[in-house]
Design a protein around this ligand. Structure first.
Ligand code: ZN
Length: 143
């Protein structure tokens, strides 16, 4: 069933991630340090290498995909909510190679930043908390 909550815009954090940091882990660090419970995240830049995941809807498991070469970060789009009481970043990325071909998926740890400009739009509102969804096997917002 479709469900939603109302959220009110609070502020935006804009900045640049450091060279060589882990993209997902650094966004998570920012969320934890700033006690962000509800936000929208986006970023652009480039990565030295990437690890993304594809969710297999038959086996209900993530398949990890590694790309051990430089890629453009065309778009990171995601959100921050709470999982087990802590800020949790869920992000998907579109990346492109030297020929301009793109690939993408669920961002995983191991994606290393070359350069990255990010914006985090923080919201006030009811906490969206993740928990196991029986139908998909995913940690989805419990509503
Ligand atoms: Zn995902």
């Amino acid at each position: 069933m479709t469900a939603f909550e109302q959220a009110k815009y609070r502020n935006t954090l804009m900045g640049r991630l450091s060279y060589g940091c882990d993209l997902l882990e650094e966004l998570t660090n920012i969320a934890v340090k700033n006690q962000i419970a509800l936000a929208r995240v986006e970023a652009i830049g480039a990565v030295q290498k990437a690890v993304i995941a594809y969710y297999d809807q038959k086996t209900l498991t993530y398949q990890s995909l590694s790309f051990d070469y430089p890629l453009e970060l065309i778009k990171l789009s995601g959100n921050i909510s709470l999982k087990d009481g802590n800020p949790f970043v869920h992000a998907h990325v579109t990346l492109s190679d030297e020929s301009g071909k793109s690939l993408g998926g669920h961002l995983a740890s191991g994606t290393i930043v070359f350069s990255c400009e990010f914006s985090i739009d923080v919201y006030d509102g009811p906490a969206l908390t993740r928990g196991l969804d029986q139908q998909t096997g995913l940690q989805l917002w419990l509503m």
